[in-house]
Design a protein around this ligand. Structure first.
Ligand code: 0X9
Ligand code: ZN
Length: 334
């Protein structure tokens, strides 16, 4: 996308408006913006679906699903920008790049641009380094770390019971409206709801920053998942794809080196999206830490939005292509 939209970071409402505009411009590829639920501060959590026009009567037919989420941590602005960049590239290249058409004809992307818009706005307007949501815990503290609040191994080591902590897990699994809404929405897709057939979710990718890492389950234990060999190969392939994207124009910037390893290799956490995607959606669950490696850290300059979006696009594309190439698909995890 050549538009100037990716020259800067935008308020949450404008990010949603971008998806709405994308849907209006290509209704053949992008669904209407769906409301998934409400945040603590009553903002709307939204999703859009992107897929090639389907023969099976709309709604993505019976295609396998790839879930992409971002913005669970308030200060990681680049994650939401990158998700929008991916959406724009998928749409733009459907008609110009046969490899993109192949992906969009094979799978349906479900995109959630921000799991934590309250935190994002608080980070934009009040405290740049805010991480958690905006739950009022008590008279003295705000915020639950939504990436410790998902209903997988909640309460185990790797999260804090202390409301003041940056990794506060909340009072119970999925206690937060943001967590509950995202879980229920994605479970509805997996199990089928509102008269829709159940769908196979082949990947769940949660975008974060920073570190330039592609992390696979498990994150709650150092043990390998049953698919370790397959996932390691996929993660390595995605890391290489991002590292090696050719870049020509000044705006595309310079490449960055990505690494691939088990999420627990960063540190063990409980209640995180990646393991919930693996265990509850039966998908391959991923956390992708985008740029940079700590030079600017969370405060990534706007000039790196497009270069990082290119990384994120390459990673997602490589993961999906890799999964589609596995004969018989990914075996289920246990
Ligand atoms: O701590 C996190 O939630 C993620 N890092 S961040 O700096 N973006 O906050 C890493 C999560 C990795 N996944 C697991 N360990 N399950
Ligand atoms: Zn994060």
């Amino acid at each position: 996308p050549t538009s100037s939209f990716f020259d800067t970071y935008h308020p949450y409402d404008l990010n949603v408006a971008f998806l709405r505009a994308l849907s209006l411009s290509r209704p053949d590829l992008v669904s209407a913006v769906e409301v998934v639920g409400q945040t603590v501060e009553k903002r709307e959590l939204v999703a859009v679906r992107v897929t090639g026009p389907t023969q099976e009567g709309g709604g993505g037919g019976g295609k396998d699903v790839v879930v992409l989420t971002a913005g669970i941590h308030a200060r990681e602005w680049i994650s939401s920008s990158s998700l929008l960049y991916i959406a724009a590239r998928l749409v733009d290249e459907y008609t110009t790049d046969p490899s993109t058409a192949r992906i969009l004809d094979a799978v349906e992307f479900v995109l959630i641009p921000s799991i934590n818009p309250d935190g994002y706005e608080y980070s934009r307007n009040s405290d740049r380094m805010w991480r958690k949501n905006r739950r009022r815990n008590d008279a003295f503290s705000h915020g639950v770390d939504l990436n410790r609040n998902f209903d997988d191994h909640w309460g185990d080591p790797g999260a804090s019971p202390n409301p003041f902590s940056e990794t506060y897990r909340g009072p119970s699994a999925a206690s937060e409206p943001e967590t509950k809404a995202v879980q229920d929405y994605l479970l509805g897709i997996a199990r089928g709801s509102k008269g829709r057939a159940p769908r196979k979710i082949i990947a769940g990718v949660d975008l974060h920053s920073y570190g330039q890492d592609i992390l696979r389950s498990w994150g709650w234990t150092h043990r390998d998942s049953t698919n370790e060999a397959v996932l390691a190969a996929l993660g390595d392939r995605a890391a290489k794809a991002a590292t090696d994207v050719p870049r020509i124009t000044e705006k595309e910037g310079k490449g960055a080196k990505y690494a691939s390893f088990k999420a627990s290799g960063l540190y063990v956490t409980s209640g995180s999206t990646d393991d919930w995607y693996t265990s509850h959606l039966n998908a391959t669950g991923w956390t992708v830490e985008l740029r940079d490696k700590g030079n600017k850290g969370f405060v990534l300059p706007p000039s790196l939005i497009v270069p990082t979006g290119i990384d994120a696009y390459a990673i997602c594309k490589a993961l999906v292509e890799g999964i589609l190439e596995i004969p018989g698909g990914i075996p289920p995890n246990h």
